[in-house]
Ligand binder design. Structure first.
Ligand SMILES: C[S@@+](CC[C@H](N)C(=O)[O-])C[C@H]1O[C@@H](n2cnc3c(N)ncnc32)[C@H](O)[C@@H]1O
Length: 224
């Protein structure tokens, strides 16, 4: 009898998620794995991985009656699996005194994990008010509202100069678009970690790591 191995199946699905996110970005030029092109994806896709702080989720009643985002999100919502969250925090060497910003924070799991594991202050920015409500509820359930705040805003418009660690799970093209802002606003020494997407030929990562079939990338803001 042939049995499928659930953990292998899950890993295979996780490995497909970046390609699906890229494919969901409208107006993308023909596929290339390397450059997904300008994204303009808008809708809330069902979460492809289980929501770990999952009292709430994409189908949450919190979504009912929520106002729509002020503009279309640049990328759909897909949560980072918890093991990848942990690896991102480790790769960024998060430590006491850090201030972590997650740009496009979804259900808030990265800022919440940073506060829980390291006791650091953390800020999440998401353009979708449903995600911000969900993240606030998750922070409350996790007992970290004294350390974590979530803001409904466009990540390209917010001042991020306070951060010493920045986490991203966007798209390669968004990372590249964000790069000038990162270099202009962040202090030298600030660590940036991205799940699944690099910065093309615009900025070579100083470290990469494979985690559960996906890859995470690390950059450090250089001295000016
Ligand atoms: C792939 S999800 C990542 C969620 C979370 N960072 C994680 O890793 O679990 C991307 C998130 O970015 C948000 N987003 C998309 N465009 C945005 C923008 N311009 N400003 C702020 N958030 C945005 C989406 O609403 C979505 O929640």
């Amino acid at each position: 009898m042939i049995r499928s191995n659930p953990s292998r199946t899950a890993l295979a699905l996780c490995a497909l998620i970046p390609a699906l996110m890229t494919a969901c970005a409208q107006d993308a030029p023909p596929p290339p794995a390397a450059d997904p092109g300008p994204p303009a994806a808008a809708t809330d896709a069902p979460a492809a991985a289980p929501t770990v702080t999952a009292r709430l989720g994409p189908d949450s009643p919190f979504a009912e009656g929520a106002p729509p985002p002020s503009r279309e999100p640049d990328v759909i919502y897909v949560p980072t699996p918890e093991r990848v969250v942990d690896a991102m925090l480790n790769l960024a060497r998060v430590r006491e005194g850090d201030v972590l910003y997650d740009l496009g924070s979804g259900d808030g799991r990265i800022p919440i994990a940073a506060a829980q594991r390291f006791g650091v202050r953390a800020v999440g920015i998401d353009i979708n008010p449903v995600r911000v409500r969900e993240a606030n509820a998750n922070a409350e359930a996790a007992g970290v509202t004294d350390l974590v705040t979530f803001k409904e805003a466009d990540l390209f418009q917010e001042d991020i100069g306070d951060a010493s660690v920045v986490t991203l799970y966007l798209l390669q093209s968004l990372n590249v678009k964000l790069r000038p802002k990162l270099l202009a606003e962040l202090r030298p020494g600030t660590r940036i970690v991205s799940h699944a997407f690099d910065m093309a030929d615009q900025w070579t990562p100083e470290a990469t790591q494979e985690v559960d079939g996906t890859r995470i990338y690390l950059w450090t803001v250089p001295e000016r």
